[in-house]
Design a binder for this molecule. Sequence first.
Ligand code: SAH
Length: 410
Amino acid sequence: MSPERTTAALLLDIDPISLVRGKRGLGLFDYVNDRSYVSSSFMSTAISKVFGTAMSGRGDDHQELADSELDLSATITMLPCKEHDKLTAVFAPLGYQVSYYTFESDEQHPEWGDFGYVNLTIKGNVRLRDLLKHLYVLIPVFDKQKHYWVDTDEVEKLLRMGQDWLPDHPERQFITSRYLKRQRRLVDMVFERLAAGSATEADVLTEPVEQGVRPLFQRRLEDVFDTVKATGATSVIDLGCGEGNLLKLFIADSQFRSITGVDVSTLALKRCSNRLNMDEAGESMLQRIRLFQGSLTYKDERLRGYQVACVVEVIEHIDPPRLQAFEEVLFGYARPRTIVLTTPNSEYNAVYQIDTHRHEDHRFEWTRAQFHQWAVTTAEKYGYTVRFSGIGDDDEVHGPPTQMGVFTCE
Ligand code: SAH
C-alpha cells in the first residue's frame, strides 16, 4: 500500500462439506466439488457484502475518488472458463484490457486436456463501483453454478447491477442467459423489460443464441414471419418497425419483393437504417425496401397498397383515445388483405411476477378476453375475420406471454 496505490485481497474459506449437507447452498452440490477452490457466486456474494458501500458509489470522505475513473485492475483466480474467447468478448466492450493464464494439463497426461479454469486479470480506467458491479455479475456468468436457487429476484439484481452497461453490451444475450442459468422465463423477462420501445433489441437475430434458449422476442418475430410467409404475400409493411428486426427476416427471403418499415420515432428509424446498411444499399435493394417516418394514427397514402401489414408490439404504445384513429387508418384506409398484430397478454405478467406494465411506455396491456373483444369488434366493423394464437410458452392458468391476431379480408 502507498498513497497512490493499494491492493485489497478477498479470500474466501468455504467448507465443501456443509455445502453438500445443505447448510449453505441448499444442498445443490456433490460431495466432490470444486467450490472451495474457484471463484464463483460465493465470491459475488462476498463482494457485495464486503464492498457494498463502494458498490453503491458512496465514498464518504473521498466522494470525488468514488466518482472518478481510476486506473484499476482486478485478478480473479480460478475462474471456471473453457470458452476463452468469451473472456475478451465480455470484458473488452466494458473498457478492459484482458489477460489470462490457463491451466493446461500435465505434460504426462495430455489426454486430460484443459482443466477449464483461468486466472483472469482485467485492467482499465473505470469507476470502482462499475468494476465491482461487472465482477458481481460476470463471475457467475462464467461459473455456471450458483449456490442459491435462481429466481425472479435475480432478474431484479441483474437489471439493477447491469442497468448502465448491459442494454448496449454486444454479449448481452449470452450474459443474461448465463446469469439466469438459461431459464427462459427469466431471460424473457429481462429482455421484455429492456426492450420494448427503447429499441435495444438490435442485432438479436444475428447473435448466436445459446442452445435451448430462444427468447420470447425472437420467437415472436419468427412466428410473425412464418405467418406472413404462409400467406404467399410478396409485399409487406411493418408498422412500428422499431430497429427493423422483422424487416431483416423479410429481406433475407426472396419471396418478398416489396418491404416497407414505418415508425414514428426518427431515432428508431436511424438505427434501423444503420442495421440494414441502407447507406450502402445498391439499386435493387433500394427498389425493394423502403423506410419512412410516419404515424399510424394519421391517414397517409404511403401506408396503402401492401398485401400484408404487421403490427408487432405496437398497439399498446398508442393512447386509448387514439385507438379509434388507428383502427380507421389501418382497417378502413390502408386495408391490407392480411394484418398480423401482436400485443402482450397482461395475464402472463403474473408469471413474470410483475404487477405493472411490461414497459413504462405501454399505455395499456390487455388480457386475452380484452384483446379478443377488441379484435372481434374491430374485425366486424371493417369486414375482416380474425383468428387468434399465442406466442411463447403457454402457462396453464395465464396463457401465453404474447397474443397474436391474424385479420383477413377478401
Ligand atoms: N415492432 C418492433 C418494435 C416494437 S416497439 C418489434 O417488435 O421489435 C414499438 C414501436 O412502435 C416503437 O418503435 C415506437 O416508436 C413505434 N410506435 C409507437 N407509436 C407509434 C405510432 N403511433 N405510429 C408509428 N409507430 C409507433
